[in-house]
Write a protein that binds this ligand. Structure first.
Ligand SMILES: Cc1cc2nc3c(=O)[nH]c(=O)nc-3n(C[C@H](O)[C@H](O)[C@H](O)COP(=O)(O)OP(=O)(O)OC[C@H]3O[C@@H](n4cnc5c(N)ncnc54)[C@H](O)[C@@H]3O)c2cc1C
Length: 476
């Protein structure tokens, strides 16, 4: 067995000679060319070339990401963190102009009790917005800058270092001997030494995996709504600015709502248990939301706006790898309510590193790939508690007043004292773990005392009593 003291991501890790190592000419099939599939291919080739290993990597992806509208899009809010952009850049993936639409360095928190604007507490907490496909299917003014697709760029980057893009949908996964075989829509069957499922969870993607891989069950899915409106660059600048707008509104069924700028366009993103048209109408008519649109703005008819209702992954699949198969991105495990592209990056990189440096056996996948996925799943469990807490902040007016008061007070303080601001930023957009957020909130006595004070004051305002009357009320 290999020397286990060498780190899995070291290019000096021993390989070769074991029955389940990859060797020259081995073929890897990847189903799905979204971020998880493209990045798995990229890292497989990038790392294998560094150790002189020649692999053949095929990516099956039927979508043309340069197409406008739903057909070219992998439906998402389109927010990525500065940290992810920098990590990709360090590994040779540098985004050309036109991919990153707007840089966001502040956000506005809208609650039932008012709004507050918050500057990103630290430089590395900036985020950027992207379009996954060729842009929304809405009439743009002539001469508007071209929109470049994030997913298209990643797929092209993987192809540039040797991946082969097969523009076909996989309709069946089966076995030939002990090797996986995929059947494309054209009927062509190809056998691989290893198969990576990176299909995401939309449409029939997970049914394909369930039928073809014994024991695979997809993650639990939630519902969401994404729509994009063309407002023009000046209106976006004036109404939305360079802020991500986060809404803590008491609209039943909507857990998480945000509006973000993308050049001349704004994206509205709602996540909840069963987001329906009535909830969307309720949200768009809320006074805190209408502030983000021009006065007298009329929502365009459905045919002139680009909207979709994608499923969102809320957990992890029943298995993350097996015999000659592994799952990266959403169809394996992703982060709860945020940073899905970051999770696709982490799982793709961990999977590729394991295959190239340690081999393809379930034992090495368990040792080197599984911990990365398990860390994401464990963090999501804490994330659920964080969201329960935020659910209270969102629905109880006195609590959202307290959050607002503490957040307002923190502005102008040094970054390390802006704990509520950092927490809000990280819960909704940042790449920080939920564990860190939890620790930051609950292991800081100064913050807890400050917040408890704000809650008491907000409660007094809510009850319309002064401190003594409040004290007497509480004692009764
Ligand atoms: C409403 C919403 C908002 C979100 N906002 C954000 C955000 O702001 N930031 C963020 O980081 N994440 C966000 N996410 C999560 C993010 O979209 C996903 O985590 C990310 O897309 C996962 O990438 P993936 O490659 O695993 O899957 P996908 O992006 O879904 O890609 C899967 C690919 O597989 C292809 N495919 C499927 N089946 C087959 C088949 N049979 N044969 C061949 N190809 C196939 C599909 O065509 C697709 O291109 C959001 C998600 C939702 C639903």
């Amino acid at each position: 067995m290999a020397d286990r003291t060498i780190k899995a991501n070291s290019c000096h890790a021993p390989r070769g000679g074991r029955a389940m190592d990859l060797s020259n000419g081995h073929r890897i099939g990847i189903i799905g060319g979204g971020p998880a599939g493209a990045l798995t291919a990229y890292y497989l080739l990038h790392l294998s070339q560094r150790v002189g290993l020649h692999l053949e990597v095929d990516i099956y992806e039927p979508k043309s990401f340069i197409a406008a509208g739903a057909s070219g899009c992998n439906h998402c809010g389109g927010v990525i963190s500065e940290t992810l952009i920098q990590m990709l850049a360090l590994e040779g993936i540098i985004f050309p102009p036109g991919i990153l639409q707007s840089t966001i360095d502040s956000y506005t928190l809208h609650t039932e009790s008012g709004a507050v604007r918050i500057q990103a507490p630290l430089q590395e907490m900036r985020i950027a917005t992207i379009f996954r496909g060729g842009g929304p299917r809405i009439p743009l003014i002539p001469g508007a800058p071209a929109i470049l697709s994030f997913d298209h760029f990643l797929l092209q980057r993987a192809c540039a270092i040797g991946a082969r893009h097969i523009p076909e949908k996989v309709v069946e996964i089966r076995r030939e001997g002990d090797r996986p075989q995929v059947v494309g829509k054209s009927g062509t069957a190809t056998t691989y030494d290893f198969l990576v499922g990176a299909t995401g969870i939309m449409g029939s993607a997970t049914t394909l995996l369930e039928k073809g891989v014994a024991g695979y069950r997809p993650p639990v899915k939630g519902s969401s709504y994404v729509c994009e409106f063309y407002l023009g660059p000046d209106v976006v600048e004036e109404r939305i600015g360079h802020d991500m707008h986060i809404f803590f509104l008491n609209i039943p069924g909507i857990q998480h709502a945000s509006i973000m700028p993308k050049g001349a366009i704004v994206t509205v993103c709602l996540v909840g248990d069963a987001v329906d048209k009535a909830m969307v109408d309720h949200f768009l008519a809320h006074p805190e939301v209408t502030k983000c649109f021009p006065v007298a703005w009329v929502r365009p008819p459905d045919k002139d706006s680009c909207a979709c209702t994608p499923k969102i992954s809320l957990g992890s699949a029943s298995m993350l790898f097996g015999h000659r198969v592994a799952f990266t991105g959403d169809c394996g495990v992703t982060r709860l309510y945020k940073d899905g592209i970051g999770a696709a990056y982490r799982t793709a990189r961990a999977c590729a590193t394991t295959l190239v440096f340690w081999g393809i056996s379930p034992a090495v996948l368990e040792r080197y790939f599984q911990p990365v996925c398990a860390a994401i799943a464990a963090d999501n469990r804490l994330g659920r508690w964080v969201f329960h807490l935020f659910e209270l902040f969102r629905t109880q007016r006195f609590l959202n007043r307290a959050v607002l008061a503490v957040t307002r007070w923190e502005q102008g303080r040094p970054p390390e004292q802006r704990l509520m601001s950092m927490t809000l930023w990280d819960v909704f957009s940042g790449s920080a773990t939920y564990r860190l957020i939890f620790k930051r909130l609950f292991l800081n006595p100064v913050f807890l005392v400050r917040f408890a004070g704000a809650v008491l004051l907000a409660l007094m305002v809510e009850l319309g009593v002064g401190p003594w009357a409040f004290w007497r009320k509480m004692r009764r």
